[in-house]
Design a protein around this ligand. Sequence first.
Ligand code: FMN
Length: 234
Amino acid sequence: MFWNEKLHKVIPFYSHYASPKASPFTETYSLKNCFFTSTLNFTIETTRYSVANIMSISSQPIVIIVGTNRPNSMSRKIAEYYQNLLSKLNAPSLILDLVNLPHDFTVSAMYENSGKNEGFNGLRALLEKTDKFVFIVPEYNGSYPGVLKAFIDGLPYPNSFTNKKAALVGLSSNTQGATIAMSHLNDVFSYLGMNTLALRVKLAQIRNHYTEGVITNALYNELLEMQAEQILRF
Ligand SMILES: Cc1cc2nc3c(=O)[nH]c(=O)nc-3n(C[C@H](O)[C@H](O)[C@H](O)COP(=O)(O)O)c2cc1C
């Protein structure tokens, strides 16, 4: 017996297509996003769950956040890689790439303008309905990118992340794998009341270990797979 996901309950402001089928399968949802300045299509891969694994896997999509707004970032590529891992585990997910934030959000959506930017409001609504996150965190100047902190500061406190769960993946050019960046971010999440997985994956010197959509380092793959399984059970 298989169960079909009803994604519109989770993200009602998206339009999507879903059709029931008789056997296990992967459906692709084309989602028209209404909260970014430019029109964007998200692909959510979802599957039907067997009774055996419905107990351990949330029916809500896990939101994978690309922690930089740098265009064509390596973080985005790692996010897509992670989405594939989740897909193989029959877990629906979607990618939020900070490159698609409204460009003026620090002016138009924060402080006295909080709630006034429709695009940002849609994003807030999505995050409030999400229970689990994966943060892909590049190391920038020894920490995580400033845009990620501004994004977090623009979200309502304490609803967006409080009592939620997150996995952290760090990447860097140097040999540290964004270890300190993830520690900094973990402190912020701890303050906000979000629980993070103990296993933080550090993808040091990522460009030496990633070629054309493939992570070539066996240990990196093993750790990512392990973490993806853990966030489902977390
Ligand atoms: C503004 C900026 C600062 C950076 N600072 C560091 C750093 O402190 N240490 C490091 O190893 N890499 C640093 N990098 C490189 C990124 O961490 C590296 O390219 C990462 O693997 C992927 O970043 P991306 O998602 O922007 O492509 C920096 C990159 C940028 C754009």
